[in-house]
Every structure is written in C-alpha cells, then in structure tokens.
Write a protein of this length. Structure first.
Length: 453
C-alpha cells in the first residue's frame, strides 16, 4: 500500500461481505419456498425476498467496486486520495441509504421495477452519494502524477455507470416504455459499462500479479473495450423481442447479442495469455486464482449461458423463467462477484501487512464457492428446462409447473450449502487479516522468480 488513504477501501470491502451474507440468507429463504417450505411467508413473502436478494447483490457489488477504486486510483495515479474525510462521509451515507432501502422493501416501500426497486427519494440520495464518490476519484486522478489507461478505463466505467442510473429514474405510465428504459440501466450496466470496470480492475491485477509490461496489458484492454461496445450497445435489443416494441429488434438484438460472448472471450484469452507470458510469480496465489477465475467463469456464465437463450426463437420460450435465473447466477458470480473477491484477495494483504497468500482456508473457499455455484447453476438449469417444457409447451399452470420442479430445489439447497461454506471460509480469511494498519505502508509487491536463476 502506497498511501494511508487507500485504507478506506477496507470499509467498503467489509460492507460488501456483510451484504453478501444477507443476500445469501434471502437466497435460502427463496430456495426453501420453491421447495414448498415458505415458512417466512407472513413476514417476508417471495416478492420481498427476491427484491431484497437482488438489490443486496447490486449494492454489495457496487460497494466492492468503490473499494476497488479507492485502492487502485491512488496507486495508479501515485497520489493520495483527494480527501479521506469526504470518502468516509461517502461510505457512511452509502451504507445508511442501503440499510434504509432494504428495510423499506419489507414494508412495501419500493418501485416494483426489477433490480431498480429503490424508491424515488432514496434514488436522489444514491445519485448525490455517487456524485461525491466520483468527485473524489476524479480529483485524485487529475491531481495524480500519472494518468494510466487502466485508471481511465476504470474511472470511465464508474462515470458511465452513474450516468446510466438516470434513465431508470424517469417514470412512465406505460409499462412497455418503462421497461424499455429499465434495460438501459440493467443491460447497459452488466453488458456494457460494468465490463469497463471489470477490464480496468483485471488489467490492474494482471499488471501486479504477472509482471507483464503495462503497455502489452493495456493494448489488450483497448480490444476488450472495443468488443464490449461493438456488441453490447445494440445487444440491448435482446430484451426488446416481445415487449411491445418494433419488430426490427428481433434481428438487431439477435445478431449483436450473439456477438457479446466475444467480449467475454476476449477477457478470458487476455487473462490467460498474460498469465502465461508472465515471467514472474507474485506469491499471492489466491489473488491470481480469483483473477483467472473471473476471466474464465464470466465467459461461461455471461457469454455461453447468455448465448443459450439470447436468440429470439429460444427467448420466446425461456423469457422470465428459471433459465434466466440459471444464467443470472453464473454470470453475476463469474464476472462481478469473483472480480470483487479478486481485488479483495489482492489488496487485503497489502493493507494489513498479513501475508495470507496461499493458505488452506483460502484455497478451500475458492473451490467450494466455485463448485457450489456451478452446481447451483445446474440445478437452476434443470428446473428451468422443466419449467419451460411444462408451462410453455405442455401448457400447465404456473403453480403446477412449480410443484413439479420442487426436487430441483432440494438439489439447489445442497449446492447452495457448499457455496455458502466456501463464502464462510472466504469471510473467515477476511477476518483473519484484521484491520488495515500503517505498518503495511510502503510495502510493494514482492515477486519471486518462476525459476531459480
Ligand atoms: C446460497 C446462495 C443462493 C441461493 C440459494 C439463491 C437462490 C435464488 C433464488 C431461489 C432466486 C429466485 C429465482 C426465481 O425467480 O424464482 C434467486 C434469484 C437471483 N439470484 Fe440468487 N441465490 C443465491 C446466491 C446468489 C448469488 C451469490 C448471486 C450473485 C452472484 C445471486 C444472484 C441472483 C440473481 C441475479 C437473481 C435473479 C435471477 C433472475 O433475474 O431471474 N444469487 N436466487
Ligand atoms: C456479466 C454479464 C452478464 C450478467 C451479470 C447478466 C445477468 C443477467 C440477469 C440478472 C438477467 C435477468 C435480468 C432481468 O430479468 O431483469 C439477464 C437476462 C438476460 N441475459 Fe444476461 N447477463 C450478462 C451477460 C449476458 C450476455 C453476454 C448475454 C448474451 C450473449 C446475455 C443474455 C441475456 C438474455 C437473453 C436475458 C433475458 C432473459 C429473459 O428474457 O428472461 N446476458 N442477464
Ligand atoms: Fe442483456
């Protein structure tokens, strides 16, 4: 860690972990409800649970991104954070708005728009909070001694993500129009600007962990950014197929969204090539594992499982079913959850001075959570295919199909238990690091050569 002010990242990482635990609890509530044990129904009906589960996901990932930016930007710019006091204010206001929003969902204070349920007054507070965050980041970047491509890609991803929140705040009476703009936020986030954030953080981690020249890594970054925008912007059309919009979206959405996996494939090839090119090995093996798994699993979850239902004739049947949940889980896990865990695994030893680089707990956390999430995805896939067949081909009622898919949720719960054990071990390692301290100041990466010379 170069500067004391980078320590603020710890607050955001800790909040991330806390919210992830809550998200998992709501996941289990829904998993049991699908199995027929909707025991909390009176207090937490399914729609409340799903809303809370998804919004907690968005908030913990955003908290992770913010922590990552507070750690990376000062390091890349070679300048302390613009203001630690303001960053602390931003943290606490972010956390408080998040808590109020989640509590509000339980008393029906929401907008009812999937993923963007936070009610309007809180939306304004979120907007103010994010502006403060961006001011701190941009001022640090501008005042910095150097401005790297990596830090600009990361920062522009964050700026665009904030701008794209705005279309989701406009209210329309017509649900088709409302849904049209909701996708500007949801789709253009995960299949557009968040990919810049992902590219930026991955590039930073690869520079640090492989020892490959910055110039080489940043050239790849341009390719990934190019592929993302080329496919992702018009790829939004895969949400406009049968929603009341013009029919040309069938063609445009079909073609461009089918190209989207290329951007994720680019990310995978990028990470693996840099790893193989690297002539040095950073001792932090856990951070390297998470970095590579982000690049690989995002391609599987977002790229391949996205492709599986992105063509109009398929989406006609799968839209809004558990097939979507199958893809949603592995895509979010591979691309954004693993990314946050990767930057945390890299930054925590440098912030605290404790070299937990390759311990048993960390390795088990990696494998249990990944295998658990793959198994969960498989259970959702089995349930999803059965649901599509029963509901949309055989024509059974929703609840009849739900009854038939119960056994798959038993499997889901088993898989989710393994996943949760993995996350539990990750958090246990996180706690072992302790708090950031000044002893860690000035500790730079220590490489060890691949072969003894
Ligand atoms: C123990 C862990 C978890 C369990 C048991 C679980 C279970 C569930 C269930 C049952 C649903 C509702 C599906 C439906 O619509 O009926 C759901 C939705 C969702 N979960 Fe999870 N979940 C867990 C963890 C996670 C994690 C870690 C992520 C992200 C990395 C995640 C992302 C999502 C998303 C994006 C949706 C919405 C899917 C859609 O739009 O159809 N979940 N989850
Ligand atoms: C990391 C990137 C991605 C993430 C996190 C992600 C996540 C999600 C989530 C959560 C949903 C449900 C949204 C909702 O109903 O509100 C969804 C829907 C969808 N995604 Fe992705 N996705 C990603 C990339 C992709 C890619 C690259 C493709 C195509 C190749 C794709 C194809 C689709 C399609 C077709 C739907 C609509 C499903 C439906 O009609 O119900 N996704 N995605
Ligand atoms: Fe999309």
């Amino acid at each position: 860690m170069k500067f004391e002010s980078q320590k603020i990242a710890y607050h955001f990482f800790a909040l991330s972990m806390l919210l992830l635990v809550l998200q998992i609890i709501y996941g289990f509530i829904m998993g049991f409800a699908h199995m027929g044990y909707d025991v909390f129904h009176e207090w937490i009906p399914f729609n409340t649970a799903v809303t809370t589960h998804k919004n907690l996901l968005v908030v913990w990932i955003l908290s992770g991104f913010m922590g990552a930016a507070y750690y990376i930007i000062p390091d890349e710019s070679d300048h302390p954070l613009f203001s630690t006091g303001l960053a602390k204010l931003q943290f606490w206001s972010f956390a408080i708005v998040g808590v109020i929003a989640v509590a509000g969902f339980h008393v029906g204070w929401w907008e009812g728009r999937k993923f963007l349920e936070i009610p309007r007054p809180l939306d304004w507070l979120v907007a103010a909070n994010v502006i403060l965050f961006l001011v701190i980041i941009l001022m640090t970047l501008i005042k910095g001694k150097q401005q790297t491509t990596t830090s600009w890609v990361l920062t522009m991803g964050l700026v665009f993500a904030a701008l794209l929140y705005l279309p989701g705040m406009v209210y329309f009476d017509n649900i088709s129009v409302d849904s049209f703009f909701r996708w500007w936020v949801v789709h253009l986030w995960v299949e557009g600007v968040w990919e810049l954030i992902m590219g930026g953080i991955l590039a930073y981690l690869l520079i640090k962990l492989t020892g490959v020249d910055r110039e080489v890594i940043e050239k790849w970054l341009y390719v990934v950014v190019g592929l993302t925008f080329l496919s992702g912007i018009l790829g939004t059309g895969h949400h406009y197929y049968y929603t009341g919009g013009p029919s040309y979206w069938l063609m445009i959405g079909g073609i461009f969204s089918a190209l989207e996996p290329l951007a994720f494939l680019g990310m995978t090839v990028f990470a693996i090539t840099m790893y193989r090119k690297g002539n040095k090995r950073h001792p932090n093996k856990l951070a390297l594992f998470w970095t590579l798994s982000t690049a690989i699993v995002s391609f599987l979850g977002a790229g391949l499982l996205g492709l599986a239902h992105t063509l109009p004739p398929v989406n006609l049947y799968t839209h809004g079913t558990l097939v979507t949940a199958m893809h949603g889980h592995l895509a979010f896990w591979g691309a954004y959850a693993s990314l946050v865990l990767a930057i945390m695994s890299y930054a925590m030893p440098l912030m605290t001075g404790r070299k937990i680089f390759d311990n048993r707990m960390g390795n088990l956390a990696f494998w249990c959570s990944n295998i658990g999430m793959f198994a969960m995805t498989t259970a959702f896939a089995a349930a999803g295919v059965a649901q599509v067949y029963l509901e949309r081909i055989a024509g059974f009622e929703f609840m009849v199909a739900a009854e038939e898919t119960k056994p798959h949720f038993f499997v889901l719960i088993l898989a989710a238990t393994l996943f949760t054990v993995g996350i539990g071990m990750f958090i246990s390692n996180f706690l072992k690091f302790g708090l950031p301290n000044d002893e860690a100041l000035g500790t730079e990466n220590e490489f060890k050569p691949l072969q003894a010379s």
